[in-house]
Design a protein around this ligand. Structure first.
Ligand SMILES: [Zn+2]
Length: 152
């Protein structure tokens, strides 16, 4: 799923545990749960493509940035939210994609943690929906996460 989706779900899950340790663990695991939802991701980065890496990465970087902005707006709107839990949960919710899909260390992390890399690949549910519908699947998840953040 999108980086913004993982970020917001991780932050939400951590917030509802109200605890840094369990919040961190739950946010990390939430990544795998969110990836089980049928979706379509941006294609993995390709160093052999004539398209510069920064342009290949523009989509994921911009939508993740959008997720940060949404998270910050939630933080401003709801005084009950803990900034620390939002940052920790957001970061750990996003972590698996930074670890496994970021172009410059993708091959390295694939080699040093092959089992975990495979688990992350295996939970992906990308065949069920056409591309656009698969991308739109992020929207309801983002809306639900924001609803939970604002009603905490
Ligand atoms: Zn992922």
């Amino acid at each position: 799923m999108f980086g913004s989706t993982h970020l917001l779900v991780g932050a939400t899950v951590a917030t509802y545990t109200g605890n840094y340790f369990f919040g961190g663990v739950a946010a990390f695991l939430s990544h795998l749960v969110v990836d089980v939802i049928p979706h379509y991701d941006f294609p993995p980065p390709n160093f052999n493509s004539p398209k510069p890496m920064i342009l290949q990465m523009a989509g994921p970087i911009l939508e993740t940035l959008g997720g940060f902005i949404l998270l910050y707006i939630c933080f401003l709107l709801n005084p009950h939210l803990s900034g620390g839990l939002l940052i920790l949960g957001g970061f750990l919710g996003l972590f698996l994609d930074l670890w496994h899909h970021f172009p410059y260390w993708r091959e390295f992390t694939r080699k040093i943690t092959p089992t975990f890399f495979k688990i992350h690949e295996d939970v992906q549910n990308e065949e069920l929906l056409p591309h656009l519908a698969g991308r739109l699947m992020n929207l309801p998840v983002i809306i639900i996460a924001i609803w939970f953040l604002l009603s905490y």
